[in-house]
Design a protein around this ligand. Sequence first.
Ligand code: FAD
Length: 689
Amino acid sequence: MRKAVFSDVIIIGAGVVGAAIARELSRYRLKVALLEKECDVGLGSSKANSAIIHAGFHAPSGTLKAKLTPSGNHLHEELARQLCVPFKRVGSLTIAFTSKDIGILERLQKQGKENAVSGLRIISQEELLKKEPRINPKAKAALYAPTTGIISPYEMTIALVENAARNGAQVYLNRRVLGIQVDPDATKIIRTNRGVFKARWVINSAGLHSDEIAKMVGITKFEIVPRKGEEYILDRSKGNLVSHVIYPVPTLISEGVLIIPTVYGNIMLGPTAEEVADKSDFSTTGEGFRHVMNRARKLLPCLSPEDVIGSFAGLRASLPQGDFVVYSSREVPGFISLIGIDSSGLTAAPILARMMVKMLDQEGLKLRPNVDFHPTRQAGIRFRQLSPQEKAEAVAENPPYGKVVCVCETVSEGEIVDAIRDGAITLDGVKFRTHLGMGRCQGSFCHLRAAEILCREGGISLRKLTKKGGKSRLLADGLASPAKRKRTPPRKKGTARGVHGAARSVRRTEVSLAIVGGGAAGLAAAVAARRAGAQDVLVLDRNEKAGGVLLQCKHEGFGLRKFRVSLSGKEYIQKFLGQARKLNVKVMAATTVLEINSHKEILIVSEKEGVRNIRAKTIILAMGCRERQRGEIGIPGGRPAGIFTAGAAQQWINMKGCLPGKKVVILGSGDVGLIMARRLTLGGAKVEA
Ligand SMILES: Cc1cc2nc3c(=O)[nH]c(=O)nc-3n(C[C@H](O)[C@H](O)[C@H](O)COP(=O)(O)OP(=O)(O)OC[C@H]3O[C@@H](n4cnc5c(N)ncnc54)[C@H](O)[C@@H]3O)c2cc1C
């Protein structure tokens, strides 16, 4: 049997609250252990919420929420700065449509003042429409709260844990607490699925499951009632619809459906508020979607269901009394439970952490300052946010920053490698650290490449790779192992031209014709242009090889008209590539177009060339089309592993030799659905329907 691990303080649950407590305790010379049942931190409510740092005027005065929310709000800005987490103080507007609503605004303003929320004022319709011109013009007034903020909640949780670990806290993932025994000397013996942990002081911050943890030491009076909140994300092109968080007047049980700008430039609509019996019900529903859309459109009539690109649901760990509970009792000294930390818990996390330190101090824990405490954390590069010159320098220093993997969010291979080195071991782990797959295509273009990088860098076999740990395996089976590639070597400081010769500055070139997209359309256009006399023709393609979607089409039937012979997609495109080569068309593969401006200048990046500015007399866009994700066509439900678009499934099976599933259901029986049914059957899968 493994020996028990002794600590001064054990924290159960690595959500934002447990993470904040671990960091706060790491300011002292203590042995702190953070136990988390999942394979990563922040996978509970802390990853699935509205991401608002509330001002604090919603909570009835005198409640713990009323006390903690405004002070938590104040702490976030500095904390986000120290930990390099995206945060914006955007302010909020609560919209009134009737005189009764205006009465509610006055009550909220009074309540806010009692809760010490600063800057609250009721503004006129005119001022409201100046601040938010697209708001329903029937609105009569609004409560303006300048202190409301927005944040990346999962990045905050990850950053808090990283910083706590840097300052000495021990983080134990995949440790599900199964039972707690309290010794007569008040030592708590915590049994997990992987070992025993002991400590005199224990903090229960297990979110939805905090009532179950409390029961393990005989505290039975709390019963969490999960309250589901569905949220819907709009495409970034709609990101400028509002600039403040927009609240309706609240109902008795919730703050209502909000319109929320996110720190990444999207808009989010939600949440719903529905009590559910099952603590694992994270599904979205058609009813929820209609409810959110109807309510949100009342505030912002220009919203369209077509703008939705994704959805998720989170569960609030609510108690019937509706307030946070911080519970410690004489019967179990040194055991503190944080229960009912539902909405505004993200906002309150930093102040809850300070409160825990005070309580532990009062309970007799010796607090000697950790003189080596380091309050800051350096975040990895966010390639998308760099200027062209900074991008050029980043690629020269570390070429994988020049390989864009997620095109929607411009996430580079270098960032994925950084995330893996920082602890990501699943696709969701990479997603929450880099924003990969969070754009319009919701990962259908980039998950395959990200999975390969995860396997290569993390030494994980593709068969074992999961979306979010546990049973969420990405693929059913491998038909063949994908080719092994070498891990990225540790970064070297570059020479003047960078480690691989990419230039440190943005180089400029000119061409007469630039074609973006090297699929069938782009190559055909290049060949035709050369034949018609165009001089220097350049084709740019983001994939490793030009050829586009046809490269993954193994089935025949291409070329019957053009070449009078039935070819596979790959054979067909090879003919075009051959023609292009003969005509001296320059094809730059593995090159991503980052920007095209009104002077017909194309900003490109590649691992080999770095960042370049190409001025073209003429530009042809031949970027093909994108498959629509289920979020875009309104298919509700959960977000398990194993849902693929036809294109993504085809890539896995035809290009990587990996079967996505053994038993398959295909939605849609057009030619693509039937081609996939045939291909998957030939690959060994059973197509059930
Ligand atoms: C839809 C929705 C919208 C919200 N919007 C906002 C908002 O805009 N602003 C705001 O301030 N708040 C908001 N909240 C509330 C906020 O998300 C939560 O209050 C906060 O995330 C709670 O953090 P936590 O650490 O207590 O819980 P969690 O993040 O759930 O963390 C608890 C952790 O405990 C772990 N755990 C559980 N059982 C065990 C066990 N037996 N052993 C080991 N580990 C265990 C879990 O795996 C989990 O990681 C929202 C919540 C929801 C659901």
